[in-house]
Design a binder for this molecule. Structure first.
Ligand code: ATP
Ligand code: MG
Length: 454
């Protein structure tokens, strides 16, 4: 049954039950402490009185007659709610003094002093008996105290405690309500938000309370998580949109070429050759795009490359890449300066890929000055060109996927805007950095800084 209750009611129930338990046990304890203290106090006072009486009689030649004559003494020390009796050796009372009506409790003789607590009707009676013995007399003194005043006090006290107990339970009920509201409502908020997200999408967020407690922390973390999810979801969407957009152009060019071939190309050699050449170019572009996309998604899935590669010396690889470019682009003037050959912990293929992306850009975005400088020094690889440059506001974006500074012009040059984003990802996975310095119309230097190997 408890399991089915809502959290709010569980808290209220537990707090209240706990409070009631606490109050009841506190009151019981209090009753016992007060009761035993009171009885102890009464016993002491009765004992004192007993001593007074005994002292009074000890100096005299004691007899029943004498005791009767001295009744005024006993009367003078008798108090309210108290009875004093003196019994002879047969157990008959010689005197019995009481401000109240005579107490009807049986009296008897004793050998030794003794206390007794008896109940008569509604009252509790404390009885103290002590032998009164001298050479001429044997008897018993009996003092009876009615505890009614004290009992009345205790019952009144109990009543007040009961009332304040109810008050306390009521207060703790309110407190528990308040507390459970504090705890439960933010949780409900989160749960409602989750339901809304299921229904309406990732934009929904939890209201964060201005308090700094664990629950508001939970809400903050939850919102941050949702932010991340939303961003990555949107990125994925953007990625797919961009990729399909990029694929559309080559496909429609191919389609046009094939239609042309189909109609006229069978007989016209010129059309045939032109269409085939153009189609092959588009297929090449598509091939490159698909390879790049695959590379990107592969880099996405393996977050950090395992850095425990054997160290390689970069010199040979850089020389090889540069000499490949020299062959395919004889109109360019490449210079490679190696200040040292500090080894790098990187897969050879990745270094090749990075350098190819950078030199490819330098060639694509060159102007009349066709120099490309490559430097290597202390895990720092730079590629410098003197081409069109990148404006300041574009520099932070060129490593974004599909980002091209001038969309229309760059498509003619064959770029998809993926090269630098692959380079950036690769550098991230090696925990290195990619820094772009550029001046519009003057040229660009891209520097790869590799980390010390682990
Ligand atoms: P690809 O995917 O074929 O590399 P891309 O070269 O257009 O296409 P990135 O290499 O990512 O893509 O470069 C992004 C953009 O940054 C380019 O489109 C270009 O506008 C700009 N850019 C990159 N390198 C340079 C450079 N060296 N000089 C001037 N602009 C550059
Ligand atoms: Mg490029």
């Amino acid at each position: 049954m408890m399991k089915k209750l809502k959290l709010k009611w569980k808290i209220v129930l537990w707090a209240t039950a706990f409070m009631i338990g606490l109050f009841v046990s506190y009151n019981i304890l209090q009753y016992f402490v007060i009761n035993s203290w009171m009885i102890h106090y009464e016993e002491q006072s009765v004992e004192k009185k007993m001593t007074t009486i005994q002292n009074y009689y000890s100096n005299q030649k004691l007899s029943s007659q004498l005791i009767k004559e001295n009744e005024t003494f006993v009367k003078s020390i008798n108090e309210k709610s108290e009875t004093i009796r003196i019994l002879d050796k047969e157990g008959q009372s010689i005197i019995a003094v009481s401000e109240e009506e005579l107490l009807q409790i049986p009296s008897h003789l004793v050998q030794n002093e003794q206390f007794e607590l008896v109940k008569s009707d509604d009252d509790r009676l404390l009885i103290y008996r002590k032998p009164l013995v001298s050479t001429s007399f044997v008897g018993t003194i009996e003092i009876v105290r009615n505890m009614e005043i004290f009992d009345g006090l205790i019952s009144q006290f109990g009543f007040v405690m009961f009332l304040s107990g109810i008050g306390a339970v009521f207060l703790s009920l309110m407190g528990a309500f308040f507390l459970s509201k504090q705890i439960v409502s933010p949780i409900q908020d989160i749960s409602k938000t989750l339901a809304r997200i299921k229904k309406f999408g990732l934009e929904e967020r939890v209201n964060v309370q201005p308090t700094k407690d664990e629950i508001s922390e939970l809400a903050i973390h939850f919102n941050e998580l949702m932010d991340q999810l939303e961003t990555s979801f949107n990125q994925q969407k953007q990625f797919v949109e961009n990729a399909s957009h990029e694929l559309r152009t080559p496909i429609s060019v191919l389609n046009g070429n094939l239609m042309m071939l189909n109609r006229w190309g069978k007989d016209d050699m010129e059309v045939l050759n032109k269409s085939l050449a153009s189609s092959l170019k588009e297929v090449d572009r598509m091939d490159k795009l698909v390879k790049d996309l695959l590379e990107l998604s592969r880099l996405d899935s393996e977050k950090t490359v395992d850095i425990a590669f054997p160290l390689i010396s970069p010199k040979k690889i850089i020389e090889k890449v540069v000499s490949d470019f020299e062959i395919t682009h004889p109109e360019f003037d490449f210079s490679f300066q190696l200040y040292d050959d500090t080894p790098l912990a990187i897969r050879e293929g990745h270094l090749e890929q990075l350098l190819t992306i950078l030199i490819d850009n330098s060639i694509k975005y060159s102007k009349d000055d066709k120099r490309v400088n490559i430097y290597y020094r202390q895990r720092k690889l730079s590629v410098q060109d003197f081409g069109i440059g990148i404006s300041e506001e574009n520099v932070p974006h060129v490593t974004d996927r599909f980002y091209r500074v001038e969309k229309s012009r760059n498509r003619k040059k064959g770029g998809y805007g993926i090269g630098l984003s692959i380079a950036q990802k690769l550098m991230d996975s090696y925990r290195g950095s990619l820094v772009i310095e550029s001046q519009l119309d003057h040229g660009t230097t891209v520097t790869l800084q590799f980390p010390r190997s682990l």
